[in-house]
Design a protein around this ligand. Structure first.
Ligand code: DPP
Ligand code: ZN
Length: 859
């Protein structure tokens, strides 16, 4: 497949200021008639040929300026038409089969309704069009369909007319006044009901807000509606951005590749990010709904009003919008807990990407299939990069930068460079060297030493950015580090400072310290780097108990555990060192479990042990079996050693009645955390408490929390609870997804057998991405199942990729990176992982999506 390169960007030869689309809707056959007003781009190449992209569609009729033409031709999937003048009306008719569209890109059928997904290149599966984000057009859409099958007809913008025909069909016309690229087009038709509310913007525009779902689901939409209205208000206050249409529609669909899609005025959502009530959604699900609703809403400015010039600029909208949704969620709940959660996602999903064969800068230089670049790097590291600008500028100056960006580029298809330049001019930052964060891949490593002499503390920092594919050599990047120096006696620090490491190595001097202070560094995770700082356990115990920066407190606990487990796994711990290491961890752990000053949401967060994937990241070559065993052993030791305190914690939390307030959510969080340790330390006691919690649960957080513990235990209560859960929620697809993923994610000794059986369960289907992910993504991220020494886990995922690829290549490709980690895994397992990649590469008809990921992973 051809490689697309950023440096090859050319402006489009033709622009399409106006687009008319007429749909005659049918589940198996939908006719699409387009009317494109095309004009030669004065800044284009002057090419007389109009190239309209297509994908698995054929032109049934082509007209230019009202007359049928026959001299069009196909170039691969694209339609080429020679146009003599500077402006023409081009009309093309096509037909698509939504029911046969298992890729879920373009127009497809889901659960009896029709919907679209066009980002990144799905519009070309609906009609021929210059399907690139720098061609902005005003859309008028007319659709006609059977009134019984499609009672609700929706598209972008406003509904301008509707009516009924004598033959039982009805029609609607929609007009979107805001010019947009084709990837933001959307159409939905089907039987839907709405939760309706209104929001009045700061300048007095009254906006109708609707959340459309299948009949029966409307009782689970209130949290989504509350989140939408909170997002609209927040974006006015935090970024000065107001909504710009009279209507905002959200539609929930059950078959969806992504989380959600920000189509102008008509967001389409995966049901899992819309539907929530206490009986079926956990507290984490509630948070995810709020975050994704916010994310898609914020795209209305960062993405829609200002879009991307080309797909290499994806982080322009995604990195920035992730930062915006993170700041929103922080304001809605606990800023400290949100920050820790975001860093955990970065470390478990993005760090491995950055150190593996698929590493790419947040602004990639090339791709074969753009769908493969909707990554944790573009999204989450992209957000971290913009967050660093905010940290260096301060919130007020940062806001000046974003204001200038929104003002200057409104209505444009912009680049990352446009954003950086606006930020420089608006905020006053000099970002010349900082631009390296956009072009270099790899997680910078910062080595730290702190020395003390007389009354002077000397901090020495040095950085390396590791080589990544195609980028053997790197330059130093500016790394903003928030630091605090604690006096050991007073347990206070001398005031937080921001230092920026710009050179390969540098020294910072601090005066007036009678003794060596305790350094708290990268507070708030001010830079997305890994810190290498060898220091005594007692300093980490000190920070885990006393640091006033909540992230730093979490980090100290994590570092204690990481240092200990990495040493244990590498065989570097004698009995004395193991005892000392555990004692230090235990001391910090006990302080966390019992500290009355901590709120429970934070306590629950601090109790979470570092993920096995993150531990593996700390080693050049990892032995997943040893990591799993050591981590479980530590968990069991903590559960035993602190059984009494953990039991008391669980008892206290059990007594807190359900509500959505922070205290009750905190109680539920520590309830599940405590249960995990109790079960690790004492299986019988864990099972006893878990089944009691399961039986008396009046909400999904408690029920799922208990089932999570039971599903890993080889006890009779396990079967009882799993059978009850299935029977209770049979009719609810999102909860049945949980039933699959809890079992596939469990540490039960027979987990691989369970997964194989679940793949044959009548509720399993390969055509629904949520269900596929519930079973197989849970398995792929379950270190016990995936890295089983038999290699069965690797074969499971390899088989899945090969079977799913012909059905849904985009989702299939998402499973490749787990196998692509082979170079960092011990040789016996590595060979088996590699074999699955080779077997996949040998398939003759591999999609472009999977082909690119597999080739790079082997390369
Ligand atoms: N729908 C995806 C997102 O919002 C892609 N734009 O991130
Ligand atoms: Zn997005």
């Amino acid at each position: 497949p051809p490689v697309i390169r950023r440096e090859d960007y050319q402006p489009p030869a033709w622009l399409v200021p106006e687009t008319g689309l007429e749909f005659t809707l049918g589940i198996d056959a939908t006719l699409v008639a387009s009317k494109l007003r095309v004009v030669r781009n004065p800044d284009g190449s002057g090419d007389a040929v109009l190239r309209l992209n297509g994908d698995q569609i054929v032109p049934l009729a082509v007209r230019v300026d009202g007359a049928a033409v026959n001299d069009w031709r196909l170039d691969g999937p694209d339609l080429l038409i020679d146009l003599p003048g500077a402006e023409h009306l081009v009309e093309v008719e096509t037909q698509v089969n939504p029911a046969a569209n298992s890729q879920l890109m373009g127009l497809y059928a889901s659960n009896g309704m029709l919907c679209t997904q066009c980002e990144a290149e799905g519009f070309r599966r609906i009609t021929f069009f210059p399907d690139r984000p720098d061609v902005l057009s005003t859309y008028s859409v007319r659709m006609t369909g059977d009134k019984g099958t499609f009672p609700i007809l929706l598209s972008n913008g406003n509904c301008t007319a509707q009516g009924e025909n004598a033959d039982g069909t009805h029609w609607a016309e929609w007009h979107d006044p805001w010019p947009k690229p084709s990837y933001l087009f959307a159409l939905v038709a089907g039987e839907l009901v709405a939760n309706h509310d209104t929001f009045t913007t700061t300048s007095g525009r009254k906006v109708d807000c609707n959340i459309w779902v299948r009949p029966g689901d409307e009782d689970r939409t209130q949290h989504a509606m509350d989140s939408l209205i909170a997002s609209m208000k927040w974006d006015e206050e935090a970024f000065g951005r107001e909504y710009d249409l009279d209507l905002f529609n959200i539609v929930a669909v059950s078959d969806f590749n992504m989380g959600a899609m920000e189509n102008k005025g008509l967001n389409v959502f995966n049901t899992r990010y819309v539907l929530a009530d206490p009986e079926t959604a956990t507290d984490a699900d509630y948070d995810a709904v709020e975050g994704v609703i916010g994310h898609e809403y914020f795209h209305n400015w960062s993405g829609n009003r200002i879009t991307c010039r080309d797909w290499f600029q994806l982080s322009l909208k995604e990195g920035f919008t992730v930062l915006r949704d993170q700041l929103f969620s922080a304001d809605m709940g606990s800023e400290a807990v949100k920050r820790i959660e975001d860093v955990r996602v970065l470390r478990s999903a993005q760090f491995p990407e950055d150190s593996g064969p698929l590493a790419h800068p947040i602004r990639p230089d090339s791709y074969q299939e753009i769908s493969n670049f909707y990554t944790a790097t573009v999204y989450n590291k992209g957000a971290e990069v913009i967050r660093m600008m905010r940290t260096m500028a301060g919130p007020q100056q940062f806001r000046k930068g974003t204001d200038l960006y929104f003002d200057r580029h409104d209505g444009e298809a912009a680049t990352c460079e446009d954003f950086v330049r606006s930020m420089e001019q608006g905020s006053g930052l000099d970002l010349a060297q900082f631009r390296l964060w956009y072009s270099q891949a790899g997680t910078p490593q910062v080595a730290v030493t702190l020395k003390h002499e007389g009354t002077t503390a000397t901090l020495h920092l040095s950085q390396t950015v590791p080589p990544t594919p195609g980028q053997p050599e790197k330059q130093p990047v500016p790394i903003p580090l928030r630091i605090g120096l604690f006096d050991r006696e007073s347990k206070e620090h001398t005031g937080e400072q921001l230092i920026v490491l710009t050179k390969a190595s540098d020294t910072f001097v601090f005066e007036d310290f009678a003794k060596l202070p305790v350094l708290s560094i990268n507070r708030g995770f001010s830079a997305p780097v890994s810190i290498e700082f060898d220091r005594p356990n007692e300093d980490l115990v000190f920070l885990a108990a006393h640091d006033d920066d909540p992230f730093a407190r979490y980090e100290a606990m994590q570092s204690l555990v990481v240092q200990h487990l990495v040493a244990a796994v590498s065989g570097g711990l004698n009995d004395a060192a193991r005892t000392a290491g555990r004692a230090a961890i235990g001391q910090a752990f006990a302080a966390i479990v019992t500290d009355p000053a901590l709120d429970d949401l934070m306590r629950g967060e601090l109790m979470i042990l570092p993920a096995e994937s993150y531990l593996a990241e700390q080693m050049l070559i990892a032995d997943p079996g040893a990591i799993h065993a050591e981590r479980e052993a530590l968990k069991a030791w903590l559960g035993c050693e602190y059984a009494e305190a953990l039991g008391a914690l669980h008892d206290r939390a059990v007594g807190v009645p359900y509500s959505r307030d922070a205290a009750a959510r905190g109680a539920r969080k520590i309830k599940s955390q405590a249960l995990g340790y109790i079960a690790a330390g004492n299986k019988a006691e864990g099972a006893r408490r878990a089944i009691a919690q399961y039986r008396s649960a009046d909400n999904m957080t408690d029920r799922q929390g208990a089932l999570l513990i039971l599903s890993s235990l080889d006890v009779p209560e396990r079967e009882e609870a799993l059978a009850d859960f299935h029977a209770r929620y049979e009719a609810n697809a999102l909860v049945i997804d949980k039933w699959f993923s809890l079992q596939a994610g469990s540490f039960h000794p027979d987990v691989l057998t369970h997964i194989r059986e679940l793949a044959g369960h009548p509720d399993f289907t390969m055509t629904n991405p949520n269900r596929v992910r519930a079973l197989y993504m849970a398995a792929a991220v379950n270190p016990k199942a995936f890295h089983d020494e038999s290699g069965e886990g690797y074969r499971l995922i390899g088989d899945l990729i090969r079977r799913l690829d012909p059905i849904n290549p985009q989702t299939a490709a998402r499973f490749v990176p787990s196998l692509g980690r082979w170079r960092r895994i011990e040789p016996v397992r590595a060979a088996m992982m590699r074999e699955e990649l080779q077997k996949t590469a040998a398939e003759p008809d591999l999609s472009r999506d999977v082909r690119e990921q597999v080739t790079k992973s082997l390369g």
